[in-house]
Design a protein around this ligand. Structure first.
Ligand SMILES: [Fe+2]
Length: 212
């Protein structure tokens, strides 16, 4: 796992959608954002993503002005990160519009071990931002024996390496969410970068995300 310290502009942009998205998720408005199974955008709950104890509002460019600002900004951060960390050629292999997912983890019964079972993400790089301090997110690589707690910091993006990074000889970041604070709702945002379809053959994001 890697960490990016964010500047005040990035933080403001990430915070700008918090209230509007929470309002959508906490009302019937969410049903207006019908799940699009090609772009994987819209409102997603357990009926679509059965393994997750959360609901998700997923968007790409074209959802609206405030959302487009987030997509543009995070796309530029991704470009900068991938070029600096790897090279320009690797960035050019990417679909340059990331999929953004805003997650609201439900309160959980405290006898359930996981809020999200251990997994790695589907693409190359995921940026993850947590809006509130709710413990339970942990990570490890295949070489680590133990899970490590992910520390909450509202001035950081966490960077996970996804499944595709294995093909480029970089280790995947496994992560899970244990049920440390079952009574608290957790709000977070993930930004998923992936290669263009021509480099993925017949593999689809949908299949890799494990959603219907
Ligand atoms: Fe994940």
């Amino acid at each position: 796992m890697d960490v990016i310290k964010i500047d005040i502009d990035t933080k403001k942009i990430l915070l700008s959608i918090f209230k509007p998205v929470v309002e959508i998720l906490e009302s019937n408005l969410k049903y207006d954002y019908v799940y699009d199974d090609v772009n994987l955008t819209g409102y997603i709950d357990k009926s679509i993503e059965p393994a997750a104890n959360k609901e998700t509002f997923a968007f790409k460019y074209g959802t609206g002005k405030i959302y487009d600002r987030v997509v543009n900004h995070l796309s530029h951060l991704g470009e900068k990160y991938i070029i600096e960390k790897f090279d320009y050629r690797f960035w050019n292999m990417h679909d340059q519009e990331p999929l953004i997912r805003f997650h609201r983890y439900y309160e959980m019964p405290d006898n359930d071990e996981y809020r999200f079972f251990p997994h790695y993400d589907y693409g190359t790089i995921t940026f993850s931002y947590c809006y509130n301090d709710v413990r339970g997110m942990q990570w490890k690589t295949i070489d680590d024996l133990d899970w490590k707690d992910m520390k909450y910091d509202q001035n950081e993006l966490k960077v996970f390496f996804g499944q595709i990074m294995d093909d480029f000889c970089f280790g995947k970041t496994y992560h899970r969410m244990i049920n440390s604070e079952p009574e608290k709702i957790r709000y977070s945002l993930t930004c998923h970068f992936d290669l263009q379809q021509k480099f993925l053959g017949s593999d689809t994001v949908k299949k890799r995300l494990g959603i219907k």
